[in-house]
Structure formats: C-alpha cells, structure tokens
Design a protein around this ligand. Sequence first.
Ligand SMILES: Cc1cc2nc3c(=O)[nH]c(=O)nc-3n(C[C@H](O)[C@H](O)[C@H](O)COP(=O)(O)O)c2cc1C
Length: 479
Amino acid sequence: MRLREFLEGLGQDELHKIEGQVELADVAVALEGNAKAVWFERLSLAGNVAGSRSRLAHAFRTTPRGLLQEVLARLKNKGEVVEVQKAPAQEVVEKDPDLTALPVHLQHGFDGAPYISASVDFTRDEERGVTNVGMRRLMLRGRREAGIDLNAPSDLRAIYQSAVKRKQRLPIAFVVGSHPIDQVAATMRLPGDELALIAALRGEPLQVVKCVSNDLRVPADAEYVLEGYLDERGYVEPEGPYGEFLGYYGTLKTNPVFHLTAVTHRRDAVFQTSTISGKTLARTDTAQLNAIRAEVGVWRALETAVRGTTAVYASPASGGAFNVRVQLATRAFGDARNAIAAVFGCLVNVKHVFVVDPDVDIWSDEQMEWALATRFQADRDLVVQSGFRAIPLDPSLRSSQTGAKAGFDLTMQRMPTPLPPAYEGRRFDSVEAALRDGPKHFVELMAARASRDGREIVRELEALRPRLARDPDGRYVLK
Ligand SMILES: Cc1cc2nc3c(=O)[nH]c(=O)nc-3n(C[C@H](O)[C@H](O)[C@H](O)COP(=O)(O)O)c2cc1C
C-alpha cells in the first residue's frame, strides 16, 4: 500500500505524469485547479493525489457514491498492527538529514516559506497509551527546523500541551508519501489507537517499524519518514501566513518548532505535496479528505438521532464540511429538524445543513438547486441558531468568537417527479375493460391497450365520456 504503487495504478484520466524537467517554482501552478493527480517524475514528487472523490474511491476499491458506506464498513474492522524489523521506509538513512534537500515548493503567493503539506504525523499519547495520527503542515525554517501549525483544537495539540507542561520534548515522526487511505485515517478524529485505525481502513494488517532516532512506530511502507521532536518551549515562533483550506490566507500565527533528527526513505521514494487552498477548493486534497471525515461524523450522529438516513454528502467546494447534504426518508413530522439539530452539534466545521427526500439526488447540484427552489419556504423551513464554536479561519465571522448555523428543511410530502412515461401494466381488450378493473392513469390505459401512440385511447375515452369520471389522483374511473 505504498504511494508509488497507487500512482502507477491510476489511469490517464486521473493522473498527469510530467516526465520533463520542472522547477520547484512551477509546481504550484501545475497543481492549481488540476482535476488530476500530478506526478513530477524528475522531482520524484506527486501532488493532489487525494484531490478527487474518484481517486479516494479508487483507493478504497469502490465507487465515489459508495465511498462513505465502504469507509463505515471498514471502520468496523479491528485493525491489526504488526511490528517488523526491516522496512522499505528505512532502505536509506540519510547521514546528514536536511529538510532543504527535499523537493518542497512554495505553494501560495504569500506563504511564509515553502511548506511540506502531505505530512502525516505520528506521536504517542502516553496518558492514553495510544499512537495519535494526524496531518500537519511544516514551514521550512532551516535545514533541521520547521514551524508546525498547532493552533486548532486537536488531539496532537492536547498531547503537545501536556508535554510542554511537563517541560518535555515531544517525539514526532512525519510520513511524507503515503497511500490515500492512510491520509483518510489521519484526518479522522476517532478515539483509540490510530495505527489500528489505519489498519482497519486499509482492511489488512499494518506493518510498522521503529524509527531510527526515537521510539515511535510508523508504517513500514512509507516513502519518506522525517523524525524529530517538537521542543519544550511551546508556542514561541511565528508560523505562516499560509493559504488555508477555506480559500483565504491565515494570519501569521505563533506556533511550536519541529526539530529534525533523521530522514529515512525508500531507494525509489516519491515525495508528496497536498493541495490546500486556491480558487478551486473542490479539487484539493484537503477538501476531499475533510469531506469524507465530515460524512462519517454526520452519518454516525444521524444514526442515533433519526431513523432513515439514506445518504450524506459534504460538498468539497465548501471546504468539505461547511455545507452538508442529508438524504432522509422521514418517518414522522419533525424528523428533518431533528436531523438538522444533530448535525449542528456533531462537527464544528458544519455550518449549513440541507435535508432532502430520497427522490432528490444529493450528489447533483442541479437537483439540490431544484429542491431548494421548490420545496422550501424561508419563513417555515429555515432553522437558524447562533453561538456555536466556529473555525476562526472563516472570514465571515468578522472576528466573532462564535458562529451561526443554518438548517434548510427541503423535505416535503412525497410527490412524484414528472418523468417520461413507463408503459407497464396488465393488458385488456378495451379501455372500458381496463377501467372495469379499476381506476387508471392515462399511461396505464395506454399500457392496457399496448398502445404505442395514445391518440386512439383519447378517442376510446371520448366514446365513454357519459359514464366517465376522474378520481382525486386524476385517474379515469367508470361512474
Ligand atoms: C492536508 C491536510 C493538512 C492539514 N494540516 C493541518 C495543520 O497544519 N494543523 C492542524 O491543526 N490541522 C491540520 N489538518 C487537520 C488535521 O489533520 C485533522 O484535524 C486531524 O484529525 C487532527 O488529528 P488529531 O486530532 O488526531 O491530532 C490538516 C488536514 C489535511 C487534510
């Protein structure tokens, strides 16, 4: 389950392979808005690998629409972790570890420096006795020093803060170059050991190896491992600005410092970069990874709040979480509002929830527009609440500490959509015989007479007119 093999398994519709010389200064432009993963062969660098739902689905051997259910099914796996002594990730141990020897490029115009962005971090939470895994960017600050953004609430932030309280360094290892499944696992925030979570999502035992300069365990099939520690000084150095996942620059932050102690890698290692910001969020690694994480969280919350959830979709254009769609077979009045309330509470990132009936395709923007236009009355179906914990990166907060959430109840009494007719039903010798059998729609009368035209049915109905009536559903009946 190494990155190189995943890339080799992608077709031309999913992968843009650039064989010629590319300078680091040109990498960001090649990735911006690209619907495909890009493999810069001469740089031995791949980007935007998880930046589409179809590639994530490919990683999980399912379809884009089947992705959520596949992930939910795999989350039920136990997840076995096996330690090995020799690992491809350690085929080469760099004698002079140097962050500036790696193909790290400037991602956005005003970023503070080149960033490593596809960095999956591994730490030990000694209090819980588990390995924590996440994704955290690294701002190059020298050959062996980088800034790490630990501002947002996360398990790693809590683990680091308690190490700082004890005046201790926190050993950490970053895998750069990993299978998309490992990144999905890294961005999930679930209780428990997250090495086991990677194994569960992979659907096979995870081989891990001990790092060469600390006691952390990392996947043996990683492309690169950057080992080191976060120093005990806490939040001391400026980090940023950086093009953030909502499509805006973040501010210059004060953040901890990462110190590099070793670099190990495969002989034919592929370095990796993640797309984060820009004008086309839907095509970034961050939005796609966020989306599947949000869908899992929402699905689980709805499992206990209401019955009848049939699909959940987090729109990647909203950063993969801010706008969430729920398809619900409502069983009782008020179900849609209960669903909205549950989604409000389950994830900080979710701001807007759209609940639709099962006949609306939640993967279709067109269908969602139609449902919003025709099934929604703003004074009746809008739920607005304020004072929620919010993501400070959201510029619409205008520096407020908390934010508002809105739910759009787009459900309605079930009404059939006017689709092209399907001529199905029993045959009869005449329209009259068909109507003696019971009330029928015009289409059923056509089917009853095996009509491929329809106008002769009009004539037969005309002959019956004195004895003919219509029921409240518009079906023809004999008086
Ligand atoms: C590509 C990518 C980069 C990310 N970078 C950061 C980051 O620099 N800082 C941060 O706090 N979260 C970042 N995140 C979000 C965290 O990885 C995510 O919240 C994760 O669940 C945190 O894990 P933890 O709570 O187990 O520590 C990033 C996510 C992605 C997909």
